[in-house]
Design a protein around this ligand. Structure first.
Ligand code: DGI
Ligand code: FE
Ligand code: FE
Length: 210
């Protein structure tokens, strides 16, 4: 066995144990349906990480934790933000469920011992996205939308295919469909959702001009 193989073999059990521990923690913290969704996101994110040369372990970790604040009450989420100086914007004020992303990232750090910025950011931005997303941000955002348990979104087979063929096309498609859905349902649009869409729209326009 060469050194490289030995090293990765030695590392694997610890990483696997971490994943198993997080899975157990989430099965307790979340309702059954949310837990099933969480597993779907973790496995889909792992597959996308394989496809796009990212850390499979980080993708699984972020996938497992992305909705870890979903079972808290809105009061509790607001309370955690107030006590920890996490800013609440106008859209979050009106739709406190949006806070599950920021609060989830906070809990991932404080309660579940995650310190990796890439993982924490992917959790923070999984609902709205952000301009200039990292590959890990995109993987979690997309995995959340296409995991096998999802069935509502328009054109899912095409969106799922795109996820594995062109990550940015897929991201832009989901951003557009989400804005259409929010507009049609007359829901409050978070600044970050709008800014993310605008950022990727102008990026695409620049690219086609060349
Ligand atoms: O937590 P999940 O349900 O797994 O998924 P999520 O965190 O992506 O949340 C999905 C919901 O969030 C979906 O119904 C669309 C909604 N959403 C995304 N951006 C915005 C938004 N809702 C509002 N009000 N404003 C937004 O900007
Ligand atoms: Fe979520
Ligand atoms: Fe989710």
């Amino acid at each position: 066995m060469n050194k490289e193989a030995k090293h990765s073999d030695a590392k694997r059990p610890k990483e696997n144990q971490e994943i198993i521990a997080l899975r157990k923690a989430m099965s307790k913290a979340l309702e059954e349906k949310r837990y099933e969704h969480t597993l779907g996101v973790a496995y889909t994110a792992a597959a996308l990480a394989m496809r796009y040369g990212q850390s499979v372990h980080k993708a699984q970790t972020a996938g497992l934790l992305h909705d870890c604040a979903k079972n808290l009450t809105n009061e509790k989420r607001v309370d955690i933000c107030r006590k920890n100086n996490i800013p609440i914007n106008a859209a979050e004020e009106k739709n406190p469920f949006l806070l599950h992303a920021k609060v989830g990232s906070y809990l991932a750090q404080k309660k579940y011992g995650i310190s990796d910025r890439e993982i924490l950011d992917a959790i923070t931005y999984h609902t709205t996205g952000r301009p200039d997303m990292t590959v890990m941000d995109k993987i979690i955002y997309i995995a959340d939308y296409i995991e096998p348990g999802r069935s509502q979104a328009p054109g899912l087979p095409e969106v799922r295919r795109l996820a594995f063929t062109d990550l940015d096309d897929c991201l832009f498609r989901i951003l557009g469909d989400t804005l259409d859905y929010l507009t049609a349902s007359k829901m409050e649009i978070d600044e970050a959702t709008r800014q993310t869409y605008d950022y990727y729209k102008s990026l695409r326009e620049q690219n086609t001009e060349r």
